[in-house]
Design a protein around this ligand. Structure first.
Ligand code: PMP
Length: 412
């Protein structure tokens, strides 16, 4: 791969030419959602203009085109995350639906009274609530891996949580609130030694670092398309073939059956067994195009560029008086969460928006980890490979001006 040419990349994203409050848009809300390159927008338009049909059933030309496009996207997802087979990829709405699918299918069939589900305190609510609901239904227990003061997983405490009752470990690969990259491989290995299965939440990882689900030996790996430059409403579950085969479906309906009588229904093999009804065909195709785009730049190039940009942003933010970075682990991706002394996070978000800078201020759907640091909210700039050092400078300068203004008012 050639080194990353950020100016050329920026021209691929039409929305980056938008102006907000008269200023060029600075998109530092990539952990919430990412923008779409023209290649993805064009692919969607092409699908609707030339291929649109329902899939798998009708024996006509457009059904064949739509089916080919959809299944080719499934192959791209499999390759992108290093799955052994496209049959291990289930299309869903996103990471949230993915986790609910695993909880409501495998979980309901395999978790019983007294069993334990281990999650970390870093988890997004999407990787907490479905397990809580399952635990409440089954009389199972949730155990929580703590973090150290830098926001990194305490592996020593994790090991103490594992025992013969542990059935599942559900862990994020990258924290959406702090940016911590967790030691997923070690977590998986320790869980497997204890006889537990592992679901890895890759919602924040797939756009920033190379993932190989087979190398990780994850039992499930889930992510959302919209956080990796694809449309909203599409995402994927990877599940090991043997597990998917042994798991009963979640939703029932068309597309997932082999044969239906009133006495019994025979299901299709995975992945179709888990895709009841008409799926989000066009956006799955869009996801395939997004992954092609990312692969053209190269995840290794992306990771290197973003790592340098995050370091640059962290250094810059540290020069703002009264600014405290939350999440100081050595291994981080994309996120620089902070609080600014004397300001509500909302005020900071509004002030930045005045300058065209989009960040998220709030709890980031991860209340437990913010409360671990005594907070209800942070300001969260989150970077992607189309962001630049100049944008970071603009952020830092705006924060300094904001902070300076307030000090003057207070003193005066
Ligand atoms: N897990 C993590 C770590 C996330 O950051 C998010 C989205 N913020 C989700 C799960 C849920 O993803 P979605 O809302 O796309 O289903």
């Amino acid at each position: 791969h050639p080194p990353l040419d950020v100016n050329a990349i920026r021209r691929d994203f039409p929305i980056l030419a938008e102006r907000v409050n008269g200023k060029p848009l600075v998109w530092f809300d990539n952990a919430a959602t990412t923008h779409k390159p023209q290649a993805v927008i064009d692919r969607l338009a092409w699908f609707y203009a030339h291929e649109n049909s329902n899939i798998h059933r009708a024996a006509h030309e457009l059904a064949a085109r739509a089916t080919d496009a959809y299944e080719s996207a499934r192959n791209k997802v499999a390759r992108f995350i290093g799955a052994g087979s496209a049959n291990e990829i289930i299309f869903v709405r996103g990471a949230t639906e993915a986790i609910n699918l695993v909880a409501q299918s495998w979980g309901r069939q395999n978790i019983g009274a007294g069993d334990e589900i281990v999650v970390s305190i870093l988890e997004h609510h999407a990787n907490i609530v479905p397990w809580q609901q399952l635990a409440a239904e089954k009389g199972a227990k949730i155990r929580v891996i703590p973090v150290d003061d830098d926001g990194q997983i305490r592996l020593d405490e994790y090991q103490k949580l594992l025992n013969e009752k542990t059935k599942l470990v559900a862990i994020t690969q990258v924290s959406n609130a702090l940016g911590t990259i967790t030691p997923v491989k070690e977590i998986v290995d320790l869980a497997h030694r204890a006889g537990a299965k592992v679901l890895v939440d890759g919602a924040q990882s797939v756009s920033h670092l190379r993932v190989n689900v087979q190398a990780l030996d994850a039992d499930w790996f889930v992510f959302s398309g919209h956080k990796v430059f694809a449309p909203t409403g599409i995402g994927a579950v990877y599940g090991k073939a043997a597990i998917l085969e042994a798991t009963q479906p979640w939703q029932g309906g068309g597309n997932m059956i082999a044969d239906v009588t009133f006495e019994r229904t025979l299901y299709q093999p995975a992945p179709n067994k888990f895709e009841a009804g008409t799926g989000n065909i066009a956006d799955a195709v869009g996801l395939g195009a997004a992954l092609d785009y990312v692969e053209r730049i190269g995840l290794e190039n992306i990771a290197r560029y973003e790592h340098a940009l995050l370091e640059y942003a962290t250094h810059g933010l540290r020069t703002v008086p009264g600014l405290r970075i939350i999440g100081t682990a050595r291994d981080k991706a994309s996120v620089a969460s902070f609080v600014l002394e004397g300001f509500k996070t909302e005020e900071v978000g509004k002030a930045l928006n005045q300058e065209g800078i989009a960040v998220r201020s709030g709890h980031h759907c991860a209340q437990p980890i913010l409360r671990r640091f005594g907070l209800e909210a942070t300001v969260r700039p989150s970077l992607a490979f189309y962001n630049t050092c100049q944008e970071v400078d603009h952020l830092v300068a705006t924060l300094k001006r904001l902070k300076g203004g307030r000090s003057t008012t207070v003193l005066g």
